[in-house]
Design a binder for this molecule. Structure first.
Ligand SMILES: Cc1cc2nc3c(=O)[nH]c(=O)nc-3n(C[C@H](O)[C@H](O)[C@H](O)COP(=O)(O)OP(=O)(O)OC[C@H]3O[C@@H](n4cnc5c(N)ncnc54)[C@H](O)[C@@H]3O)c2cc1C
Length: 811
């Protein structure tokens, strides 16, 4: 066994082996993998081997696509048969909402280059004659989908990795992991120690135990999953004998099961409610090829649904039931990328579709390790999208919920209930009494919208304009006419201070830092390739001290990014203020009158200009008022020590009673930000787009001196851009606005995608923000956009259709 390597990958399942293989493909041969038992002896060996390309997440969709392409060429490359059967996959729809989901998904698929076809029930029957099409309203089909032999594909990647110089140590258990002061890692195994630059944790059901070795609470707990294999069915045997094509994988999403042919019989995998988490303390030390006792009772409703759809399934006996552990995370997507708080420690864990994801996950992780950055937007699988709130008790509830929801309809406005409410701002009860219908971000409850008296205080999810649409419209109109109150306590907040703070931040962001004390600038941190990593509002609060505010959902990511880039000479200090400070936003033309009533500070334009901040009193409570907001009105964010929140809240509500002050929620905020063409991280801003492509010219100053990503961005500009950010008016829309990932066409050719969309109640137009090829970005250009399967005429319009000159913000 080597005593030194560049990378040690821990775990010899599909995911670890794929990572090792992809590292060698990137040219790193001094890499090793350590497996405590045999390759595939964790979850991999008993997987059903399906390769579903369907996924609503942009990140996961691209990862799955890469895997399938890789698996197709592996046999030729390695000589090892991987048992790939691209027999296609049909997903049935039993109702219109499901068809909406498929149409929305087809947009995601089209923009990332995955082929999807729509089928009529009759076409389903032609391909799947054993399927009863009663009640089927339509279906989608992935012709490139299918299944593979999980153990064989893992062995093929292992062979490919070895050919690239990697070494694999089986029957070798990692017992400890330490980082030396030099940054070098020491991976301790029961066969000796290996010093290395990078460690990759790909330990499946052991993720928590591996994380604990380095002090990480990895948010992964497995859930039990079962599938049933039947005895051969005469009809399938006949089809095989006659050389008829395999019918492919059949999924009835509304019945929550998948089915495919297996050795002349059928293999049925239901995703049932009530499947329990398992291995809460980790698998036993000697666990290997482990299965749990079957629990067919739990599967009964799905078995019945499957028999109804494919009667042949009920006509043959059960040959075998597999009940094994699948690693899960609270949202069901894997965690792929750097661990927080540790340098060169990487996570490739929490894979619930690990066979499908392994090749692509290994590819992006290898890029991240070898080249310092991934090439696709990985926010959907980013390990730092969860926080400290994701405790084991929370994971138990959320992971079981994620499993039970694999096949439910994935609405864009879906808010799942398990583990809530968890993190509540002090004003939570007050907001609730005012009609708030809450959503959740990073564990925080946030009002999404407010149900007026007499309207049930409950959400209604849809791909189309939903029951909350008109109420959100009223919230927007009240903000535009009077004044609104929004709880943004979930914002990530931090202080960066010390003698080195200014130089450090200046190198971290592309904009100039605010020079005057009290001045506020919007700043973007680029990655080394010139794409946008994060966005912060920065206020200079002292000569050597800066106050940073960024998206609540990305608190751990943004703060980890800052901390990892900080110099080690103690010249810069970082304080996370998120949980110590609340934020209430007042916005609207009467915001000044309202604040003037509750505070003695001077809110006039002369004394308190736009893009500045001041420490003030609201009633008896201290607050920092920043004259910024995300809705494009006169307004202030009031950042305050959290214990004063209700005092401030009450003062505002009392002061605003005769100013028509009304609370508003996140959905109104989103509509109003689209009217201002404000970009968001994860949609319009991404590492896949150069900061200039996202239209950030006025926030990027290549001449200010060096900053991360500057040179790459300048070179990118010299090479030419493939995209340009535009604002679009969507015509002839009656009940469905763009949601993001809607394909955009010019003369029938795909030329871009919407990144977000909404109805703009203040401008009374359906709007979208989009990335299109630069030659189609000129104002006035007419294009077409697909929304839920219908083509709409769209026009490129000038940025910020609402108040383009920011007169309201400055008023
Ligand atoms: C019944 C069932 C059906 C499934 N069907 C599908 C499917 O059709 N399609 C699909 O994509 N996915 C499917 N899955 C999920 C799939 O099995 C997993 O997502 C995948 O196997 C995860 O791979 P992995 O490499 O992350 O984990 P594993 O395969 O569990 O590998 C982790 C490895 O790490 C090793 N390890 C752990 N700790 C240490 C240590 N300290 N030192 C050394 N080694 C260590 C373990 O021994 C283990 O071999 C199914 C799962 C189940 C249970």
């Amino acid at each position: 066994m080597k005593s030194h390597a560049r990378v040690v990958v821990i775990g010899g399942g599909a995911v670890g082996v794929a990572t090792l293989y992809q590292l060698t493909r990137k040219g790193w041969s001094d890499v090793v993998l350590v497996e405590r038992k045999e390759l595939t002896s964790g979850s991999t060996w008993h997987a059903a081997g399906l390769l579903p390309l369907f996924n609503m997440s942009y990140s996961v969709g691209q990862i799955h696509k890469h895997s399938v392409a890789l698996y197709k060429r592996l046999q030729e490359e390695t000589g090892q048969d991987v048992g790939l059967r691209q027999c296609s996959n049909i997903r049935l729809a039993l109702n219109r909402e499901r068809m909406d989901e498929y149409h929305q998904y087809a947009g995601v698929a089209e923009t990332i280059g995955v082929t999807v076809e729509f089928l009529t029930p009759q076409q389903v029957e032609e391909i799947w004659p054993l399927c009863n099409i009663e009640g089927v309203v339509g279906a989608i089909r992935h012709p490139e989908d299918g299944y593979i032999q999980p153990a064989d594909v893992t062995q093929a990647m292992a062979r490919g990795a070895r050919a690239g110089g990697a070494e694999i140590y089986r029957q070798t258990r990692v017992v400890g992991i330490e980082q030396k002061p030099s940054g070098e890692w020491l991976v301790r195994t029961d066969k000796g120690d290996i010093a290395c630059e990078h460690v990759v944790s790909a330990t499946g059901n052991f993720a928590c135990q591996t994380g604990a070795m380095v002090g990480l609470d990895v948010p992964v707990i497995p859930v039990e999953h079962q599938y049933i294999v039947t005895e051969p069915h005469p009809e399938i045997v006949r089809r095989q004998r006659e050389g008829l094509p395999e019918m492919g994988v059949l999924r009835e999403s509304d019945g929550s099961w998948y089915l495919r042919e297996e050795a002349g019989g059928l293999l049925l995998g239901p995703y049932e409610k009530g499947a329990p988490c398992c291995y809460l303390e980790g698998p036993r030390d000697d666990a290997e090829y482990e299965l749990f006792p079957e629990d067919l009772e739990r599967l009964t409703p799905h078995i019945e649904a499957a028999i109804n759809r494919v009667p042949a399934f009920g006509e043959v006996g059960v040959k075998e039931v597999y009940n094994g552990a699948i690693p899960y995370t609270p949202d069901g997507s894997p965690i792929i990328g750097p661990a927080w708080g540790l340098r060169n420690f990487w996570l490739n864990e929490g894979h619930s579709f690990g066979i499908t994801a392994a090749g692509g996950a290994g590819w992006q992780l290898a890029e991240w390790i070898v080249e310092g950055e991934p090439t696709i937007d990985m926010l959907g699988v980013e390990p730092r999208r969860f926080g400290d709130y994701a405790t084991k008790a929370y994971l138990r509830q959320k992971n079981e919920e994620a499993y039970a929801n694999v096949f439910t309809i994935h609405y864009p406005d879906e808010e799942r209930p398990a583990g809530r409410p968890l993190r509540m701002a002090p004003c939570y009860d007050r907001m609730k009494a005012l009609g708030a219908v809450f959503g959740q971000k990073f564990g925080w409850e946030r009002p999404n919208w407010f149900a007026p008296k007499g309207t049930p205080q409950e959400d209604h999810w849809s791909f189309r304009r939903s029951r909350w649409f008109e109420h959100v419209g009223n919230e927007c109109r009240n903000v535009a006419a009077n004044v609104g109150l929004l709880d943004m306590t979930a914002f990530a907040k931090a202080r960066v201070s010390g003698p080195g703070a200014e130089a450090f931040l200046d190198r971290l962001v592309a904009n100039r830092l605010p020079q005057k004390i009290g001045r506020v600038n919007l700043c973007h941190a680029l990655n080394t390739r010139g794409g946008v990593h994060s966005e912060s509002t920065i206020m200079r609060e002292g000569r050597d001290s800066f106050y940073l505010v960024s998206a609540g959902a990305w608190q751990r990511l943004d703060h980890d990014w800052i901390r990892k880039h900080m110099p080690d000479d103690d010249s810069v200090r970082f304080d996370n203020l998120t949980n110590a400070l609340g934020v209430l936003v007042v916005a609207g033309p009467k915001a000044r009158a309202l604040l003037q009533r509750v505070s003695e500070a001077d809110f006039s334009n002369a004394a308190f200009p736009w893009l500045t901040g001041q420490d003030i009193m609201v009633g008896l409570a201290p607050a920092r008022a920043l004259r910024v907001n995300f809705v494009g009105e006169l307004g202030w964010e009031l950042h305050h020590p959290i214990e004063y929140q209700n005092h401030i809240f009450d003062a505002l509500m009392e002061g605003g009673a005769d100013l028509a002050l009304q609370p508003f929620g996140i959905r109104a905020m989103d509509s109003m930000r689209i009217e201002k063409s404000y970009r968001l991280i994860g949609t319009e801003l991404s590492i896949e787009y150069a900061a200039y492509e996202s239209g950030l010219e006025r926030f990027v100053h290549p001449n200010k001196g060096d900053f991360i990503g500057r040179d790459a961005l300048v070179h990118w500009r010299e090479r030419g851009f493939a995209n340009q950010f535009v604002t679009l008016e969507v015509h002839d829309v009656s009940n469905a606005d763009a949601l993001g990932n809607d394909p955009i066409y010019a003369d029938g050719q795909l030329v871009g995608r919407a990144t977000g969309g909404n109805y703009g109640f203040r401008v009374e137009k359906s709007l979208a923000l989009a990335m299109v090829r630069p030659e189609h970005a000129e104002v006035g250009t007419e294009l077409e956009m697909d929304i839920l399967g219908e083509k709409h005429r769209v026009t490129v319009i000038p940025e910020s259709p609402y108040d383009p000159d920011n007169l309201r913000l400055r008023s």
